[in-house]
Design a protein around this ligand. Structure first.
Ligand code: GGG
Length: 348
């Protein structure tokens, strides 16, 4: 039976990297039925809407979805996010955002004296509530007394499911879990989070769990990344920490993510962590590694372990031997890197 995959290249370099992700899947020889969706900033200019009216039904009728990037200087950022990626995560209830962090072979880290053995983490980002719940408002617009209120929402059920999932991941990896909050200054939602971590820990006696304030954790990621394995964090903190992680592993272009609803048959959404990078769009120099690594995660999630492993091996090989894009020390273009990975896959 063929796999039905919805492609949302989106904006900016999203279109360039998703073309390479599709190419490497085709090189694997899998039976895939692709649906290309023209959602994004261009559509917003044409129709006033980033996505089609029946977007939820469309996505739910696929086995998986791939997104390049959303965001364009001609569309206010809060519109592009709140008309596309954030409602998709919320309405499909893709509550876990997995962001593996690993120094790929041949990719330089900016951290002096660190190597691949020091940089191997898994971030589990809460993906449906917290600081990105969308609750708030504006009053007295344009007046000196103008107010903007943004409310974070943490529910026990929402925190429990992501924390339990992170414990399971830690249990399957090194047995170490770090939970990031800011429960000294913010005393409601993050304190609830800390309590849930404490309670859930009794279900996982073999996992060593620590609670770290997010600011201290940011510094520790730079100073001692090897001390971290699985990290669970709220929506905002996970977003910020994984940009630091991306920098540590060689740059935004290398970072991958999976938005999933574990334990359900809801299609996952797989996307590189980077945004649309309007400064380099159209130049053919964006790094497709993050998008292709996200494809590895997608294939694994779709129950295609062999295809996933083949693609992961080809990705590692090309990172090690080149060609590489300029952000990771090479001089190749996006297509050249995608072609090399596709050729390795086809040969293997
Ligand atoms: N690759 C998708 C993308 O455009 N990411 C940029 C971004 O700002 N995403 C927000 C988020 O991950 O919450």
């Amino acid at each position: 039976m063929s796999l039905k995959i919805a492609l949302m290249p989106g904006d900016g370099v999203g279109t360039e990297v998703i073309a390479e992700a599709r190419k490497v899947v085709d090189a694997l020889g899998l039976d895939v039925e692709w649906t290309e969706l023209d959602w994004g900033a261009d559509r917003w200019h044409r129709t006033g809407s980033m996505v089609a009216d029946d977007w939820e039904e469309t996505l739910r009728s696929h086995d998986a979805c791939m997104l390049g990037a959303c965001g364009h200087p001609s569309v206010p950022d809060h519109i592009s996010l709140w008309e596309m990626i954030l409602p998709i995560r919320q309405r499909l209830d893709l509550w876990a955002n997995l962001r593996p962090v690993r120094l790929l072979p041949g990719v330089p880290t900016p951290l002096a004296g660190r190597s691949a053995k020091d940089i191997d983490m898994l971030f589990v980002r809460e993906n449906s509530e917290g600081e990105y719940s969308g609750i708030g408002g504006r009053a007295h617009r344009g007046h000196p007394g103008e107010v903007g209120i943004e409310t974070s929402v943490f529910t026990r059920a929402g925190v429990e499911r992501v924390v339990r999932y992170a414990f399971e991941q830690a249990s399957a990896r090194s047995g170490r879990l770090t939970s990031a909050t800011k429960s000294n200054a913010s005393r409601y939602g993050y304190v609830l989070w800390d309590e849930v971590v404490e309670e859930t820990s009794s279900e996982f006696p073999t996992v060593e769990v620590e609670r770290v304030l997010v600011d201290a954790l940011a510094a520790r990621m730079v100073r001692n990344p090897g001390s971290l394995d699985v990290v669970v964090a709220s929506n905002l903190f996970g977003d910020i920490l994984t940009d630091i992680a991306a920098a540590i592993q060689g740059g935004m272009g290398t970072a991958a993510s999976a938005n999933i609803a574990p334990g359900s048959d809801t299609p996952g959404l797989f996307e590189p962590v980077h945004g649309s990078a309007p400064d380099i769009m159209g130049q053919g120099i964006a790094n497709p590694v993050g998008a292709i690594w996200s494809t590895v995660l997608m294939l694994e999630h779709l129950g295609q372990p062999e295809a996933s492993a083949r693609l992961a091996a080809a990705l590692d090989e090309v990172c090690a031997q080149g060609p590489r894009t300029a952000d990771v020390g090479g001089d190749a273009g996006t297509v050249e890197v995608g072609d090399a990975i596709a050729a390795r896959v086809a040969a293997g």
